[in-house]
Design a binder for this molecule. Structure first.
Ligand SMILES: *Cc1c(COP(=O)(O)O)cnc(C)c1O
Length: 371
């Protein structure tokens, strides 16, 4: 036997993962920038949620005791708010954890996990992490193409992810499209509808995902407190599916996955409809304003993808590149998201900020195009 030193080697499917790139908040020189790169709520957090969070943190045993592993009060509050069965609500360390649980529970080596091109970046990582093969269906001018997704289903498909509305494109598949996609999927495929931006939708834009999850055995809807509720720091997500799906997901869930103060803050956030409404209205009007400003910039080849979210995806189809504008915006103090790693080197994703931030961003884009 030759004396070869053994080397520690990650599994090949793990080595194949390109790590998730979070939105930046500082420039290369460490200078703080106005952060419009992570789709956070520019209005902050509901006062009620902040008060509940602080009270939970102030308890004498706040640090020494484990949080409630079942997130019971939070699941009850979610169920009451949305007319659901609390036993079928599962909470996660952000909805990211729940997206990973879906892949880990239903797919492995030799299986396929399907989503649309320019889908949420976590899907590819979740697929590769469990040794499954990620499969991308063609988009339709940056939007979800239900026919392309259905055509890409094979007998190896185990999970289909659909972010609706989608990040980073901002596009929304209609209720009719979501229903048709579900109807066309085999019953042994888990259909994950990732509704991270659902609260930004007008009532008539609801994609019907939660209604499907109430009755269909293979639909898993995920939501988050990170976006409109402004609780991104505490990592709180939730999901809803049939009992069989939920109990399977629980087998591999981390037992203490949501912090105690986070659970308390989320319960209070659910009770503050005013904050959610204010956030939605602020977003809708400044999103429309920013889209008009960008479309009014003249002959620079900029195109705004129609958005149902708290951000805009802007395509740079003229002579000034997205990368150039990205760097000039950074020099001007604004950090947006440039996504060359997701096949979008020609686009920038911009979160809707406060009025001041949004006006400032529009002026900075105008200046960046001028050179
Ligand atoms: C932000 C986002 C999430 C997840 O957020 P968590 O903070 O993990 O809850 C999930 N899906 C999409 C499409 C998102 O944009």
């Amino acid at each position: 036997m030759t004396n070869v030193t053994p080397t520690l080697t990650p599994k090949p499917w793990i080595s194949g993962i390109a790590p998730y790139v979070p939105g930046k908040s500082a420039g290369a020189d460490g200078r703080a920038l106005i952060k419009l790169s992570a789709n956070e709520n520019p209005l902050g957090t509901s006062d009620a949620a902040r008060a509940a969070f602080t009270a939970a943190q102030d308890a004498a045993d706040a640090l020494s005791r484990y949080p409630d592993p079942g997130s019971n009060l939070l699941r009850e509050a979610i169920a009451a708010r949305f007319g659901l069965d609390p036993a079928r609500v599962i909470c996660g360390n952000g909805s990211d954890e729940l997206l990973h649980l879906a892949a880990g529970t239903y797919a492995g080596a030799g299986d396929e996990i399907l989503y649309v091109r320019y889908g949420f970046a976590v899907y590819e990582i979740a697929a590769r992490r469990v040794g499954a093969t990620p499969v991308e269906a063609d988009d339709r001018d940056y939007a979800t193409d239900v026919d392309a997704l259905l055509a890409a289903v094979t007998d190896k498909t185990r999970v289909v992810y659909l972010a609706n509305p989608n990040n980073p494109t901002g596009t929304l598949a209609t209720r009719e499209e979501v229903t048709r996609l579900h109807a066309g999927l085999p019953k042994d495929v888990l259909f994950v509808i990732d509704q991270a931006y659902a609260e930004y939708l007008a009532p008539d834009e609801d994609d019907g995902g939660l209604e499907l999850a109430k009755t269909e055995p293979n639909v898993f809807v995920t939501r988050t407190f990170s976006k409109i509720h402004g609780l991104a720091a505490e990592r709180i997500g939730w999901g809803y599916a049939a009992s069989d799906v939920i109990s399977a997901l629980h087998r591999i869930r981390l037992p203490f996955n949501v912090t105690r103060a986070g659970q308390a803050a989320a319960v209070a956030a659910l009770g503050d409809d005013d904050f959610v409404t204010r956030s939605r209205e602020h977003n809708a009007s400044w999103r429309a304003w920013l889209a008009r400003e960008i479309e009014g910039l003249g002959n620079h080849g900029l195109r705004v993808v129609p958005s149902a979210t708290n951000f805009l995806l802007v395509l740079f189809e003229g002579s000034v590149s997205a990368e150039t504008v990205y760097n000039r915006l950074m020099d001007a103090g604004y950090i947006v998201r440039w996504l060359p790693g997701q096949g979008l080197p020609h686009a920038l994703r911009m979160t809707i900020g406060t009025e001041e931030e949004t006006r400032g961003l529009a002026a900075a884009i105008r200046a960046a195009l001028a050179g």
